[in-house]
Design a protein. Structure first.
Length: 202
């Protein structure tokens, strides 16, 4: 089976969430990871707020972590080097991919000794099987702006990334035109565990 690495979403220099993932492909241009169901990630226990109470409050102290189990068959995440998003699809019980895509807007992945770091930008793009799309969590992005998590320059960067990802979709560029079956994980696989260094601050 592929190497296990840590995929971490950071916030204010600390881990917001850390996930153990299989590294299926790693080239100079693209990175592909798979997180199977049953994997245990660690999530920051810092105070949260926002419309659904799930966004870290800016400026609050780091307090520790809480475990969370990934459900379902698993999720594949693909990332092109330098792009400010990753694209996700979920595996079904019949070893087929979900009809929809999920674009997670975030910092371009930074390679670390134990995997990759990024930072979530809250706003996402949901893409249906017919490649129609809509934004997700615009209200949480507005809250993040009002609470001081993102300044005006960052908001402009986030919306620019959203528009860029939609342009890639509408042009049917990678990964929307890719053969996702080439990334199917082995049927027999163990549940990965977080690797040493997953909780290190940056």
């Amino acid at each position: 089976m592929a190497e296990v690495v840590n995929l971490r979403w950071m916030h204010e220099g600390h881990v917001e969430s850390a996930h153990p993932v299989y590294l299926l492909a790693d080239t100079a241009e693209t990175i592909t990871t798979f997180e199977p169901g049953g994997s245990i990630a660690m999530h920051s226990s810092r105070p949260k707020g926002g419309p659904r109470g799930r966004n870290l409050l800016p400026g609050t102290p780091h307090t520790g972590f809480e475990p969370g189990t990934w459900t379902g068959e698993g999720v594949l995440r693909v990332h092109r080097s330098g792009q400010p998003w990753s694209t996700w699809r979920w595996l079904s019980a019949g070893r087929t991919w979900s009809e929809y895509w999920y674009v997670n807007l975030e910092e371009p992945w930074l390679r670390t000794q134990s995997g990759f770091d990024t930072e979530d930008w809250i706003l996402d793009v949901l893409i249906a099987g017919d490649l129609s799309w809509r934004y997700k969590d615009e209200d949480e992005l507005a809250w993040a702006t009002a609470s001081g998590r993102f300044d005006e320059g960052m908001i402009e960067r986030i919306w620019s990334a959203a528009h860029e990802s939609i342009a890639v979709l509408e042009a049917r560029e990678w990964p929307f035109g890719a053969d996702w079956d080439a990334w199917l994980p082995p049927e027999r696989r163990s549940v990965p565990a977080l690797q040493s260094g997953w909780d290190a601050a940056r």
